[in-house]
Write a protein that binds this ligand. Sequence first.
Ligand code: PLP
Length: 389
Amino acid sequence: MSRRIYLDNNATTPIHPEVLDAMMPYLKDDFGNPSSIHQFGRKARVKVDEYREKVAAAICADPAEIIFTSGGSESDNFAIKGYSWANRKIGSAGSRCGGHIITSSIEHPAVLETCRYLEKNGFRVTYLPVDEYGITDPSDVEKAIEKDTILISIHHSNNEVGTIEPIDEISGIAKSKGIVVHTDAVQSLGKVPLDVNKLGVDLMSLSAHKLYGPKGVGATYIRKGIKNMYPLISGGSQEMKRRAGTENVAGIIGFGKACEIAVSDIEKESVRIAGLRDKLQSLIIEKIPDIKLNGHPVKRLPNTLNISFESAEGETIAINLDLSGVAVSTGSACSSGAIEPSHILLAMGIPLETIYGSIRFSLGRGNTLEDVNYIMDILPSIVNRVREI
Ligand SMILES: *Cc1c(COP(=O)(O)O)cnc(C)c1O
């Protein structure tokens, strides 16, 4: 097996060679601590600030609004816990009354589990349903708002099906009621243009490793004017006193470089990748019977294709594809012998049988038309074989 085709770019991406080149000096000779006053430190400080500007530019923010973190999960935790703890409503006579939070039922676990943690600590959370495409209806958000709603957290796009949410409409509703909006935009960064002002959000989570940057670095965007945020990590005064700890200098540089590359060719690359995705989609529809497209057919990330093969087990298809060198992921995860269906596909109302047959193809920079053709050489017979089991 010589062929290796990677179609799991929503899980992680390879580091872009130019990103690695930009990082290397800061892992070797230029190792200074940005807080140090000598030239080693000053050089690192200058670089961190320079690359902070590139991350900010990718979402049309001000560099002072970017707080570097250890990744998307920390960014979600920081945005939601940091804002909620600092802005909780204090009940009377020692009662714990945290306030109300609205989110959707198809968020990343970093959002859902953070909300569950807050629920255990006095907050109330509404988990909104989504439609068959995974879209949160803005009018549902409006109806869920209560007197003490402090935060609305709805992701910009979904990692499993690629559906893009109507965040601008949701934040319009929130703004009219003075409620802060957070969006997890980890999957969108580098795939579709992001503008925090057009979106009208106050908090945004980002991660580097989903756009050809290194793992273990991300950012939380905090709109100017959001003064009350509890830090998740207490200690030194790094990151404008909002996140302690010596900066991940090489990681930040890699993240900034990845943003710069993405911004410079987002139009060209997203059209190219969407073309490959659409080709793969139409060939699957043409060549394989009894399939179902999961996610919105149009309001969707350009690289994501989630398809259910009816009467077939997705896990088995994925394993067979892997044996032929093709890496994909499934809408159900096998944990300790039992198959756990995806909470996202479940919330979209997809029948269990259909969920078990789902496969996520997430394309990226490395993919070519040859890859699509190779997959279509092997996929129909794999599906046939699996269906016969
Ligand atoms: C990957 C992902 C995260 C987590 O990011 P990490 O950097 O891996 O912690 C959060 N939200 C979404 C939507 C993601 O796809």
